[in-house]
Design a protein around this ligand. Structure first.
Ligand code: AMP
Length: 208
């Protein structure tokens, strides 16, 4: 699932994965967990994330390759936050070339909506859940809500800049494929989810 920061990738990936009974693999979540655990890799990643930059391709490709080999990912998976560079997209093609087709869904949202959403976004301090707009506590565990450490205004602008420079080119990398679809992310979450489901069904046909 592709899209700029704030496009709703996390929310949609979580929902789609739950409905299909496959894991959602969020590289941002994996890195945040590593940061909390205080390992050397985690602490290095935390500093990069808090600056709004990208963790190196070699590290990310290693993390995703290992994750896709676990048994729960064999029937299928939803990737959220990976690939983010053309080098990662090329590596992913190599990881899945003997599996069912890689369906690529790009969630498109105008810039002004992204900045507003990211600035207002709150996550659960305890479990990391993305809170619904206006919520005061976490709907999943009741924990208190905080702003993500990389959602402050300066870092949001840097993340959007990095997205345009490093990640937007992968949309062009995939665009001509039969398995590529883009959906309008500037709608209510239910409408976006319905468009994603139709897009995936159109690509997979009888296999969806
Ligand atoms: P996310 O939760 O997907 O918005 O990711 C948060 C941050 O984690 C990003 O701004 C990057 O610093 C880092 N990150 C997540 N996924 C990747 C990736 N595939 N490649 C490089 N950095 C990543």
């Amino acid at each position: 699932m592709l899209g700029p920061p704030g496009a709703g990738k996390g929310t949609q990936a979580e929902r789609f994965a739950r409905e299909r009974g496959v894991p959602r693999i969020s590289t941002g979540d994996i890195l945040r967990e590593a940061g909390h655990s205080g390992t050397e890799l985690g602490l290095a990643a935390k500093a990069v994330m808090e600056a709004g930059r990208l963790v190196s391709d070699a590290i990310m490709i290693g993390i995703v390759k290992e994750r896709l080999e676990r048994p729960d990912a064999v029937p299928g998976f939803v990737l959220d936050g990976f690939p983010r560079t053309v080098a990662q997209a090329e590596a992913l093609d190599g990881m899945v070339d003997d599996r069912a087709p890689l369906v690529v869904v790009d969630i498109e949202v105008p810039d002004h909506t992204l900045v507003r959403r990211l600035h207002g976004r709150r996550i659960c301090r305890v479990c990391g859940w993305n809170a619904a707009p206006g919520a005061t506590v976490c709907a999943r565990c009741g924990g208190s809500l905080v702003q993500r450490s990389d959602d402050g205004e300066r870092v949001v602008l840097e993340r959007l800049h990095v997205y345009l420079k490093d990640t937007q080119p992968i949309v062009e990398y995939y665009r001509r494929r039969r398995t590529f679809r883009s959906v309008d992310g500037d709608q209510a979450p239910d409408a976006v989810a319905a468009d994603i489901a139709s897009a995936v069904a159109a690509v997979l046909g009888g296999r969806a």
